[in-house]
Design a protein around this ligand. Structure first.
Ligand code: FA5
Length: 356
């Protein structure tokens, strides 16, 4: 009897040590089978019980059971520790280090294979920056389709058929629907109409996107380019609010010391209309070749939403007023990065693109 009890205690201690020594899950499972399995030394002790007196069998049986329970408990604890350690190791091994991408300097980062990891195109990163700036000023971001109908691109913007102002935009028409009714939008202004038509007022939104014109590519024009539109519609909005927002944007985007100014202009969908200029970011206003020594660079157009536009979208111009603005993202990127020719943005020459 004493013999079995002693052996059970010895097997308990040996088993504990064996389990604790298992370095990984596989070795642990093996050790657990040897110690607690059907062919274990502990299980073999049971077969020796039949030679004992009933009292001796009870005492020795309890000793074997106590050893098995203690080992099973210890094994469960160690198994959960090892499983957790195994999971953490696997996660650490599979973890991707993204810090390299976000903190990488401009230009291609070469990985072990010698291939560059690439980065956003200059126009995309400029668009992202513009969105961030306006979102920080409280604007939301909206988008609209690139294939538009005549109504959104022209008619609802106060340009009925044959209106001479349509000639301001050389338009590409699509062979879709009625002739002359579906086109590639020439500006982002149709998204204004879509937003106002949705009937959710007030509106404080910017709308970036791609535009198309039958413009011959040259140093300052592309047939496919990007604009960002701004629209505010609320009660009691004034021209002063427009000027204030343009100025706040200029300082937020270009930095302190950079300002804006408005010059009278014409757009059919705004009245009064203006062109807005910002301090030349190249010479900080001192005068250089890019700004023709004026110290100012024209960025885009703006003005108070024309009451005819409000009527076309079912907003009461007696109750609401608003302003809109729109400017070229490629043009802005060109000016900020001193690119002499905008066509370089489309050439896809990695030696050029990797500089930004
Ligand atoms: C417009 O497109 C008006 N929708 C802007 C507007 C919006 C006025 C809201 C009033 C209220 P414009 O045709 O001037 O205006 O174009 C605006 C800007 O788009 C230009 O200043 C220029 O930065 C950019 N842009 C125009 N055409 C091209 C082109 N072919 N390539 C690159 N950028 C262009």
């Amino acid at each position: 009897m004493t013999d079995i009890t002693t052996t059970a205690k010895e097997l308990l201690e040996a088993g504990r040590a064996r389990l604790a020594a298992a370095a990984d899950l596989d070795r642990f499972v093996e050790a657990e089978r040897e110690i607690l399995g059907k062919k274990s030394a502990l299980a073999a002790l049971n077969s020796r019980l039949r030679d004992l007196t009933p009292e001796g069998r009870r005492v020795a049986g309890e000793a074997i059971k106590a050893a098995r329970d203690a080992l099973a408990e210890e094994a469960a604890r160690l198994r959960s520790d090892l499983t957790e350690r195994h999971r953490r190791d696997r996660l650490a091994a599979e973890r991707m280090d993204l810090t390299e991408l976000s903190s990488a300097p401009p230009g291609p980062v070469l990985d072990w294979s010698g291939r560059g990891t690439g980065h956003l195109h200059l126009v995309t990163s400029t668009r992202d920056e513009l969105e961030d700036t306006f979102v920080a000023m409280g604007f939301t971001v909206a988008e609209g389709p690139e294939a538009e109908t005549d109504r959104y691109n022209f008619e609802a913007l106060n340009m009925p058929p044959d209106h001479p102002a349509r000639g301001m935009w050389d338009t590409l028409y699509l062979h879709l629907g009625d002739p002359g009714q579906v086109l590639l939008r020439t500006h982002t202004s149709p998204v204004q109409v879509r937003l106002m038509e949705s009937g959710q007022l007030p509106i404080y939104a910017v709308m970036p996107g791609r535009c198309y014109r039958r413009d011959t590519p040259d140093a300052r024009h592309l047939p496919v380019f990007h604009q960002i539109e701004g629209l505010v519609v609320d009660r009691a909005i004034t021209f002063g609010d427009l000027a204030g927002v343009i100025e706040a944007f200029t300082t937020a985007f270009f930095g302190p010391g950079m300002h804006s100014r408005l010059r009278p202009s014409f757009f059919p969908f705004t009245e009064p209309s203006a062109e807005f200029e910002v301090t030349c970011p190249i010479c900080a206003g001192a005068g250089c070749r890019t700004c023709s020594n004026s110290g100012w660079i024209e960025l885009g157009g703006c003005g108070m939403v024309d009451p005819n536009v409000f009527e076309a979208v079912g907003i009461d111009p007696e109750e609401y007023s608003g302003f809109a603005f729109g400017f070229g993202i490629d043009r802005l990127a060109q000016v900020r990065s001193s690119l002499s020719d905008m066509r370089a943005l489309l050439d896809n020459d990695v030696r050029f693109l990797s500089q930004f």
